[in-house]
Design a protein around this ligand. Sequence first.
Ligand code: DGP
Length: 144
Amino acid sequence: MTLHAPYDPSNIFAKILRGEMPSVKVYEDEAALAFLDVFPMGEGHTLVIPKRGEARHFIDLPEAEVGGYMLSVQKVARAVEKGLSPDGVRIFQFNGAPAGQSVFHLHFHVLPVWEGRAVGPHATGAMKSAAELDPVAARIRAGF
Ligand code: DGP
């Protein structure tokens, strides 16, 4: 059912996009906004959301929006790699609550991974403050 629910503009990422809620931004262009996850699975865990299309999931993003948005996702992933020098980068995205999705405005996760450093659980734990996230955000911004 959740895959076919209508887009709800009161979701938290839509509020961030409209500037109604704060976020630690690392990048913005005409297609996308990228900011740090406040429940990170690891240092530098970044979310990239499309600005247009009002899509809950990747599978319902209008085709005309896919190209620009995916270019932005790649741009952010490159900056994360350049800024943080991880050993690997996970890029992933969930479609629907049964698949693990918890916020229903389309987003790709960009998660840097280091050898020997455990990846944390998804969307749990204590919420990070802007002060805690700012230093890593600055390193990612320097990667663009
Ligand atoms: P997903 O489960 O794929 O829908 O991922 C949603 C992610 O968003 C999850 O990793 C936690 C994160 N998150 C939840 N609420 C907020 C918020 O208010 N701000 C930010 N920056 N991230 C959030």
